[in-house]
Design a protein around this ligand. Structure first.
Ligand SMILES: Cc1ncc(COP(=O)(O)O)c(C=O)c1O
Length: 357
């Protein structure tokens, strides 16, 4: 039972923009819906919760969020159910992960009621912004950062929690090429890899740019201590199918515990697939490729859904994956996940959350 009793002041926009937008054909992350949610934390706790027209913020340049990266976020999507009603996928898991990251970053937890009330009000209000084309959704970006008027490096006392939303299509327009390189690392033992800290992402931009220049969309990150072991892709968890075994790297503190990853593991177990969370070496992947046993590889995430991997660059050569139409497991998963999220398939695990209207 989700208790969502929080007082939110609502200031409606005077400039509704939906009619100007081709909702099923927008670039990812650039077009924002009419409203946003904002709440503030100070020595009195959480307050000043409101929905306002989407707008720029006034932020003190001393903000710890800006100066020291005391900032975190989540990524979620709203979908339309069978009667067009707005619904979310496993929002409480996003809340749990947000609180876990907040704790590590010395930020107060956001109460579940505040998080859920904000989503209910905002998504309910801007529900017409949810695209209905398959593969499209309303992307939700909860953002939480320190906003002290003090420049020393110490725990902050003031924070802002914001949710903005934008209609999106697929994050990757095509199957991706990923590059294995140990020139850079994303995470290491005792570090921040398992958290959704804003600071995890900027350091991946230069490696991704260098990978782009070589014809790859993104990096396939390897373990810092044992650089043969796969970890994840910058925006997705990774799965590889070798023979009949579906493998994803085990959560080791370096890898973000993806909600899509967890859902996929459950769907595969429900269907009696041979599924493993374990260490996976790039040499094992390369050997399977040479033996004809490498069947599928894909990334999994909220923004990216299921993204097929076309090739994996490793040691100056490419591991080429089979054609997309020959990948029954990832195609099945993409289909089932999409149908559960839009209530076109039963939801045996209670993952779908309907926004109360
Ligand atoms: C680094 C990283 N790994 C994995 C994921 C997938 O997580 P989820 O399925 O919860 O979206 C994301 C998605 O945001 C990510 O940024």
């Amino acid at each position: 039972m989700i208790d969502t009793e929080v007082k939110i002041d609502i200031q409606l926009t005077e400039n509704y923009r939906l009619s100007e937008i081709e909702i099923n054909n927008v670039p990812f992350g650039r077009v924002f819906s009419d409203h946003m949610f904002i709440a503030e934390y100070d020595s009195n706790g959480w307050g000043n919760a409101k929905i306002i027209p989407h707008q720029r913020l006034l932020v003190n340049p001393a903000s710890h969020g800006l100066n020291y990266g005391q900032s975190l976020f989540e990524g979620m999507k709203a979908y339309k159910g069978q009667n067009g009603e707005p619904q979310l996928f496993r929002p409480l898991d996003n809340h749990k992960r947000l609180c876990k990251t907040a704790k590590r970053m010395c930020m107060p937890e956001i109460p579940e009621e505040l998080f859920m009330s904000a989503l209910n009000e905002l998504v309910g209000l801007d529900r017409d912004w949810i695209p209905d084309q398959e593969g499209s959704a309303l992307y939700l970006r909860p953002l939480y950062f320190a906003d002290d008027d003090y420049i020393g490096v110490k725990a902050s006392n003031k924070f802002k929690f914001i949710i903005i939303t934008c209609p999106v299509g697929p994050y990757y327009a095509e199957p991706v090429n990923v590059l294995v390189s140990i020139k850079y690392i994303r995470a290491c033992k005792g570090g921040m890899g398992q958290y959704k800290a804003a600071g995890n992402y900027a350091p991946t931009l230069l490696p991704a740019k260098e990978a782009n220049e070589k014809g790859y969309h993104n990096m396939l990150w390897m373990n810092a201590e044992n650089p043969k072991l796969l970890e994840e892709i910058g925006t997705m968890n990774v799965f590889v199918v070798i023979g009949d075994e579906v493998i994803t790297p085990i959560l080791n503190g370096n890898i973000l515990e993806g909600i899509t990853r967890n859902s996929i593991l459950q769907l595969l177990k429900d269907r009696d697939y041979n599924v493993s969370e374990r260490e996976l070496s790039i040499d094992e992947v390369a050997e399977a490729y040479h033996n004809g046993n490498l069947k599928e590889a894909f990334g999994a995430g909220t923004a990216a859904s299921i993204t097929h991997i076309a090739k994996i660059g490793y040691n100056g050569k490419d591991i080429i994956l089979p054609p997309i139409e020959d990948r029954p497991i990832s195609n099945m998963l993409a289909d089932v996940l999409c149908k559960i999220k839009t209530s076109r398939e039963p939801d045996p695990h209670g993952w779908v959350y309907k926004i109360p209207l």
